[in-house]
Design a protein. Structure first.
Length: 384
């Protein structure tokens, strides 16, 4: 097929990464498709509130550029499919309708829907289908009048694979610091479990972000703002204290971001690779929200022994306890980490089983084949 793919290579503007190119573009090429890859300034608009006045003119300019690029690609060779990773900040519904009605079927992939569905709610019903990696978010799309397809995350084994390298770390995590992540890393370190965290927000002295009390106003105003959003001011204060304590006591275990290659190597140089499932600041409310992340598949594909937070949806992808390990509480996280660090054979057994499962069921190449078979069955694309 000839596919137009609108995709930003990196999920984060603060450091260079080919994360999404590795995962969503390269597998299409591996499968033999003719792919027109287009960026056009996608990433910066993810950080703009689609409801804000400043977004409208930027969305208009982006939409014009996007439509022009799709039309040019189609003129050069008829497109069979348009696949995007965009939000309501990028396109007006009329642009999507124009592509869908005149050029080719158009599908949008978006992640973090459990707590950020509001970023795609306005345009979701205009796509032929929306590709949704969180099973728990499918109902949100249906209520918005969209046509969701469950399309879980995966990993590309061309890049995510085991590497022969010495073990350097007992426990490690690479990713942003927010929600309860700082508190959980502190809990491990205070319990004597050596844990290293990597990412721009983990550097000692990094600004409070995503897991601490809001800034601005006096203490009462900040507390009232949290309560109005159903958040606990006491938990917010604890987050701030935990981050300060983590910097003061364990600065040597806090590191800056790693490159894509270093990120993959970290899985092979760590006895335990950690995952955290709570999103946003929802750990401060009565009902924390959790979702399966891309890391759940990158880690096992890279050959890691993977330990992450429990949620029911995890069992859709792995046999928990045999292929990955999950914890239900901070105390269980410490207990399991201690146990697996001194039981090498059991840790190796889980690691191998997780890698085999990832290779069998969780490659992006397999995801695409399943998707295209479904679209052909629905007569959205031609079956080959």
């Amino acid at each position: 097929m000839r596919i137009f793919l609108a995709l930003a290579s990196s999920p984060n503007p603060t450091f260079a990464s080919n994360l999404w190119k590795w995962n969503l573009y390269d597998p299409l090429v591996d499968l033999g498709h003719d792919v027109v890859l287009w960026d056009g300034g996608i990433q910066p608009l993810f950080d703009v509130d689609p409801r804000s006045p400043e977004c409208a003119p930027r969305r208009q300019r982006f939409g014009d550029a996007f439509l022009g690029a799709v039309e040019a690609a189609n003129a050069a060779g008829r497109l069979d499919l348009v696949l995007t990773y965009l939000s309501d900040s990028h396109l007006e519904p009329a642009v999507i309708d124009g592509v869908r009605g005149k050029i080719a079927p158009i599908l949008n992939f978006f992640c973090n829907n459990v707590h950020q569905f509001h970023l795609v709610e306005r345009t979701s019903r205009h796509y032929d289908f929306c590709l949704v990696p969180e099973h728990a978010a499918l109902a949100k799309y249906r209520r918005a009048g969209a046509r969701p397809l469950f399309w879980p995350m995966a990993a590309n084994p061309t890049y995510y694979h085991p590497i022969e390298t010495p073990m350097v770390y007992d426990c490690s995590f690479a990713g942003q610091r927010y929600a309860d992540r700082g508190s959980l890393v502190l809990t491990l370190l205070e319990a004597g479990v050596a844990t290293d965290a990597f990412g721009q927000s983990w550097r000692p002295g990094a600004p409070e972000a995503g897991g601490e009390a809001p800034q601005g106003g006096n203490a009462l105003q900040r507390s009232l703002a949290l309560l109005a959003r159903g958040r606990s001011p006491l938990r917010a204060a604890r987050d701030t204290l935990d981050w300060r304590r983590l910097q003061q006591r364990h600065a040597s275990h806090l590191h800056g971001p790693v490159s894509d290659d270093e990120y993959v190597r970290l899985y092979s140089s760590s006895r335990i690779s950690l995952g955290f499932t709570i999103v946003g600041d929802t750990h401060r409310g009565l009902f924390p929200q959790r979702q399966v992340r891309l890391r759940e598949f990158e880690a096992t594909m890279a050959g890691a022994f993977y330990m992450t937070g429990w949620m029911d949806e995890m069992a859709m992808h792995y046999e928990v306890g045999r292929e990955i390990v999950c914890y239900h509480s901070p105390a269980e996280l410490v207990e399991q980490a201690r146990w697996y660090l001194v039981h090498d054979a059991e840790r190796e057994r889980v690691r191998r089983a997780g890698h085999q499962r990832a290779m069998r069921d969780h490659t992006w190449q397999r995801r695409y084949l399943t998707l295209f078979a479904e679209l052909a069955a629905r007569r959205v694309i031609r079956g080959d």
